[in-house]
Design a protein around this ligand. Structure first.
Ligand SMILES: C[S@@+](CC[C@H](N)C(=O)[O-])C[C@H]1O[C@@H](n2cnc3c(N)ncnc32)[C@H](O)[C@@H]1O
Length: 347
């Protein structure tokens, strides 16, 4: 229950992050657990620095040091950031740099109602909950039944179930449910085909409008999503990528030419040019290549209902003559991608 409020001491049932020598482990605080035969046995967590008897940390203060047979660690209260680094992966997950951008782009504040699909491993869901609680709510969906059930169990075990509804549903086929029509401030999609969820997002967002964001690894997914967003009347479309780059600072010694002689060149008493000296500078260098692509974030605003019709972009088609039989075939116009800010424009 340690995700809900800040706590002084570790209690049975908490999830604790064990921090050891730059490694992080999530431990569920249960003094006994079932072994493979179903028998209850002492819960002993094995690490490279020795074994930790989990019952021994019950009552310890969060942040305190715990001794192991071959070293020590610190027991930390979990945050969404630490959880993203330690959670059991059931799917690919979204990490903190992208999550921060998503929270900001969705304009989420305490009290917001946000819809998420799919739930996956619940990495983003924990951060969404922390942002919208105590008066807001997260509605999260996944079409994988077992995954949806595990996520719901985890939210319960983490003490955040009162802020999140986790449902098993194919949102591309069935939408988010009538009960959410016109209720959401924001919709976030991390699905293979987010464009198929755009119409459902329109139905779920409030009459006053709202924000949309989708996460897609491939630019082709972005292109299709942007077309669907424009056709549904979304505005302010932007696609961005969150990349971290390290500036390497080093000292460089460079030759410096003394140009003082130029001032006196035409005068009656010219000055001789001095030999170049060297000076040492601290310089910053950016990496030449930038690995670390996770995905593109496509964001957009749905305007208030009274002016949505105006901003809808009709499905643009070009008539392409078929030279063999004279038929014409409708095909969508090609799209241009601006490499700098990756904003997508439809020509
Ligand atoms: C990459 S994972 C999401 C990871 C999640 N954002 C996180 O940070 O943990 C994508 C999830 O979407 C689910 N999914 C795919 N298509 C879906 C659909 N049509 N409706 C609901 N869930 C879907 C998958 O089952 C999968 O769990």
């Amino acid at each position: 229950m340690s995700f809900n409020n800040y706590k002084e001491k570790i209690e049975e049932g908490d999830t604790v992050i064990l921090y050891m020598s730059n490694n992080l482990y999530a431990i569920d605080v249960h003094p006994v657990i079932k072994n493979k035969k179903g028998e209850l046995v002492e819960n002993v967590y094995q690490t490279t620095f020795g074994a930790l008897k989990v019952r021994n940390i019950i009552g310890a203060e969060y942040g305190s040091r715990v001794e192991l047979s071959k070293g020590w660690g610190h027991v930390l209260q979990p945050t969404p950031e630490l959880w993203s680094l330690t959670l059991p992966h059931r799917t690919q997950i979204i990490y903190t740099p992208d999550i921060s951008m998503i929270l900001m782009q969705l304009d989420l504040v305490p009290g917001s109602v946000v819809i998420e699909a799919g739930t996956g491993s619940g990495s983003l869901t924990h951060a969404l909950v922390r942002r919208v609680r105590p008066s807001g709510r997260v509605h999260t969906f996944d079409f994988h039944e077992h995954r949806a059930a595990l996520a719901a169990e985890e939210f319960h075990a983490h003490g955040i179930a009162e802020f999140v509804t986790a449902k098993h549903r194919d949102v591309c086929q069935s939408g988010f449910g009538e009960e959410l029509n016109g209720r959401a401030d924001a919709v976030f999609l991390d699905l293979p085909s987010p464009w198929t969820g755009v119409a459902h997002a329109v139905a779920a967002l409030k009459e006053t409008g709202g924000r949309f964001c989708s996460f897609s690894p491939c630019i082709e997914q972005v292109q299709r999503t942007c077309l669907a967003l424009q056709q549904a009347g979304f505005e302010d479309l932007a696609t961005m990528e969150v990349l971290q780059s390290e500036v390497r600072v080093s000292r460089r010694t460079v030759p410096v030419r003394d140009l003082a002689f130029l001032r006196h060149k035409g005068s009656s008493c010219p000055v001789d040019e001095k030999a170049s000296s060297t000076t040492s500078y601290a310089v910053g260098a950016w990496p030449e290549s930038q690995p670390g692509h996770t995905g593109y974030l496509t964001v957009a605003t749905l305007p208030p209902a009274f002016r949505r019709e105006k901003s809808k972009k009709p499905k643009e088609v070009t008539a392409q003559a078929n030279p063999t039989n004279g038929d014409t075939k409708a095909t969508p116009e090609p799209m241009a991608v601006d490499g700098n800010n990756a904003e997508i424009t439809v020509k």
